[in-house]
Ligand binder design. Sequence first.
Ligand SMILES: [Zn+2]
Ligand SMILES: [Zn+2]
Length: 796
Amino acid sequence: MHVLSTLRASIHDAKTVSKSDSGSDKNQLSLAIRDARIPFTSTPSLVDDVCSLLASRTKLCHVCQSFSSQLSSWIRKPTFDELLQWPERNFAKDRLAALSDGYRLLPPERVDPTTPRPSNAFKHHRPARDLLKSAKKCRFCELLKLAIVLDSNRRRGYPYDKTKTPLGEILMQYNRGSGGPDVTNIIEGLQASEDAIYLMVEPYPMGGYIKSGFSKSVLGNIRVIWQKPKRMLTGEAQAVVFTRLISLFAIYFGRADVDRILDSALQPFISTRQPLHNSGSPDAMALIGEWFSGCRSRHGECCRRTVSRQVIPEDELHVMPSRVIDVGLDSPNQDPHLVENEGQTVGQWVALSHCWGKEKNHPLKTTRRTLARHLKGIPLSSMPRTFADAVAVCRSLGLRFLWIDSLCIVQDDEDEWEKESQMMGTVYEHAVLTLAASDAIDSTRGLFLERPYAHIKFPSVQLPLLTAESDSRRQTTLGSYSVGIDWRQEPFMTYLHPHWTPLATRGWCTQELILSRRVVHFLTEGMLWVCRDKAEDENGQMIHGRLTERDWSTEWGKIILEHSQRAFTFEKDRLRSLDGLAKELSKVKNNSCNVGEYFYGTWLADIPEYILWASYRTGKKNPRCPSWSWASCAGPVWLRFRDFDNLRQDDFSQCCKVLGVSSTSGALTIEGKVADISHLILHLMRRNGTKDLMGQNGNATYRQPVIQGYAVGSKGEEPYGWVEFDDDRDALAMSEPIYFVHLANGEYYTPPLIQHWGLILEKENGYDNRYSRVGMCSLWDSKLFADLRASRVEII
Ligand SMILES: [Zn+2]
Ligand SMILES: [Zn+2]
């Protein structure tokens, strides 16, 4: 995150510089960027050199010719039905690795060449050293060599552990032919390698064209897979090169006539999708239009269904929000203006999700004073950049109405705001499209952000697209297409992720992004499309990091985790910004929750499971929220019990009984065993840092928290349990007793075999059975409360 913000700041600075001195734009730009240590944009001229090197290789060697012929048949008939897993993956393990490795699915550390290869995996030069010889003449071999050199500089811990050598430095070494350790090592490794280089075609969309019958198909990635010789493997290096090349073109398949089109008239269907240089360009608008119309015409019902499973009519007409902006489709010279809707006017609108930013940069607002004026017109020139860009997108899509919170709700009318804030969920849910200003910290930044790699070429080479005559000598060339290296991949670019953005840190975006059925995210590095059927970047790469439909209805816990990490200008919005979502979810059929049983961010049916949260100890708790609710913490929480235990309902019913929540006081009443454990905590409040728990000193026998906590009691070397306090206390005030209320048992395969989960409570002054929560705890010794009788406790 830090690197990213440095990057963004410097791009901004670079732009400011170039505005004031247009004569030396390029120098100023690269200067500003170099100073901020941004590797990939510092070297456009070095990239030019690499491109001319590739252009000077005019031939294709016989191995590449044979690959290109096979690739042609894959492009023409992309039936990847019998794909094997190759290299064989352990998905459970890989998923973890992918998580820690920037969501990139890595191959196993070693590739077993004896495993049967699927038809889309091609053995290229063997031994790998033949590539070096061949690359002196063959353009595709040169491209593969470049890809291997670049990927070899990737570290094990990407994205947290980035390559230490800037891209420019590596390219300089590459252009020189050697001369630096980064390139020399790899060339030597290739020379020493006995293994083959493999190329694997990854189709996109995976099987999508079969399902829908008619869809755009893009030749996906070509993975370059090469196993490094053992002696190359030093500490941080990956054992396997697993980089991707992308093809810069798309083919459209007709429904029943796929083969006819392909065989007779493929050429007109080949279009090159050059990398987009600006999200506001006509190409970018065309892509948004393609995404949008593709979703509406071809995607399944899931894209026309609300979170509450209400099916939206084909024409997607809904009762309009109270006010919307008419962007002026008929006469683009006319200013946009507000229109008011009373009653049952139906229509379609686009919604904007954006950050307001610091107060001095707050967006243009409608107030009681400016309402009449805004109804007449809001000149584009008076709009902040993000708003004007959003108007441009609406116009290009032919969508007349746009909803922006700051303009469509009168901001200084509290009654109106109260009323409208209740409707916000519906505004996003019924919008035909949501535009997310994901990388803009405030509305002055815009949707169409200048891209850092906009002026860098993709080093690419042309491959021929051939007919599929069975006799390869009779193959004729239908056309050609480019295969190149995308800079937007590791280790040089950050993975595009809708949740690693300034917008995603904002509290209100939880519900906006879950309720919106279609979202275009505008990031500095590119655009992302997320609907319920598809989540991809502008290269057609699938992206991760969104909740699925199943998750909304069953995994409120995931929503809590995401939401609690976000930032709130007003603490009261922590809960209020989830109201619209809760209301929608309560309508879901078969959902045991109804909105009358939703208290302080928690469904009654989820208690006690969802009150077993742990906080990251971010300070004092919010006294206006009951202490048992996760929302009482002004920061991220973690559902520890859920993480540790595959729960069964009877875990709870055996241990406690939830009697209800008072709708007036918020007090939660539970029947359970309550034990005074002060003596266990006071004597041994040993503080444990994260390092102790995760590092060498961590005791693998116990399931220990990865956040700070305290061991409870001690028997010899063994603790009795673990306690985590909600606030940032380092020691207990010795005066008040501390209680444990038993809520659940978790069974484990390793000792302690059973953990008894519960809350840590302090008694409220002057009450017998009224407590407030101060933390959570797992006790490992049931003797500590076995003899007690269950009693009724009220937690406020
Ligand atoms: Zn070759
Ligand atoms: Zn869709």
